[in-house]
Design a protein around this ligand. Sequence first.
Ligand SMILES: Nc1ncnc2c1ncn2[C@@H]1O[C@H](COP(=O)(O)OP(=O)(O)OP(=O)(O)O)[C@@H](O)[C@H]1O
Length: 398
Amino acid sequence: MKPLDTVLVHTDKGQETYLNLTSDYLYWENNGRLYSYHTDEVLGGKFQDNSLSIVVYRKSRFRFFKFSCENGTHFENSLSSTLNPCYKFFLIVYNPISGTGTSKAELFNTFLPVLSLTPHRYEVYQTTSQGYPIPLIERIGSEFTDVIILGGDGTLHLLLSALYKRNRQSLKEIGIAVLASGSRNSLAVELHGKSFNEGIYNILKNCTVLGDLMLVKTDEDSLLATTAVTCGLGADLPYEAEKNRNLGLFRFALAGVKALIMPWKHYFCSFKCEKSDGEEFERIGEFLWISIGNNKAQNLRNDEIPFPYAYINSGDMDAVLIDPIYKLMTTRLFFQILNGGQHVNNPAITYIKLKKAEIKFEQCSVFNIDGEMHFSKKVEVEILEKALKYYGKLESFN
Ligand SMILES: Nc1ncnc2c1ncn2[C@@H]1O[C@H](COP(=O)(O)OP(=O)(O)OP(=O)(O)O)[C@@H](O)[C@H]1O
């Protein structure tokens, strides 16, 4: 096939060669070897200071090539128009404390070197514990076309909830991406698998999924969540763990051990829901744990699958109700959850597909909403179908 564009370049060893671009391939020869990348693998290229730099993605790794060249502007433009028909202005948000505190290094060492070879624009914002500034929230949609989060599920939950309150219209317009650098990162795992680099690829190749959101109403607030609303032991454990955030991921194991040593607790509440088939369901009494999920809620580190039948774009939510069982049975149940979601067959579990639910306690209780702790007597949860454009792919991982 005749190339769309060709440019004479020199390799770092001073050898002369031609870079050739067709509608499907970028290729060149060097030292008798043919380098050929499908345009699906080429992420970008830039001409600057007599150098033409190219970045490609193959086998989950980025590879950078640098050539010297007298005039590569025309070639850069041909490459951009072949690869990136629509230009983005990304707001990149990183949370310096999420996960093991690696988001800043991952942003500057991995993501930005790739992004800087594309024609997209970006601005970087570092989160604080005080929430998002209103002027920044107001620029989303009108200026920023997309938001990329380097953090955990909680960082995204706080951003979406701020958008719901201050800039709701933007939720229909923007794309949202999460690059995993939190503790669990359930949404990132749902959309990119366990690979940080795959997330970057999905963003730059514009792979998107129209997915669902959960609207969560507490006594005093309306919030948006992407992953799960949990109460009972599933909220108490992470609440305890957060008090020891300085211990890193070890905080979760410590909270688990502490719970097993301390007197065991059951939780009295009412759970009401409208199932996906339209039927009403209600149960009042003691539970160990109630979780309502919008995706599988996997995590980066093990094979845990709390909601094995859930999908971010299914149009419904999955609830797991755990009966008031005791320590030994709970330990067995945890191993089943960790073992690829085998708990669904445990007799202590009720697994329901639903559209709407209400959980009500007699007193103010802790609810874990996408990993953030909220206090309320009651929460109402409703699915908002296909309410957000997420960057990612579902077919490879579900
Ligand atoms: N600069 C900061 N200093 C202290 N806390 C911060 C800062 N920026 C954000 N936070 C807090 O970080 C929390 C969100 O962290 P996030 O949930 O993203 O990480 P994680 O808990 O490690 O990951 P995951 O939710 O995936 O388990 C929020 O409570 C927010 O207030």
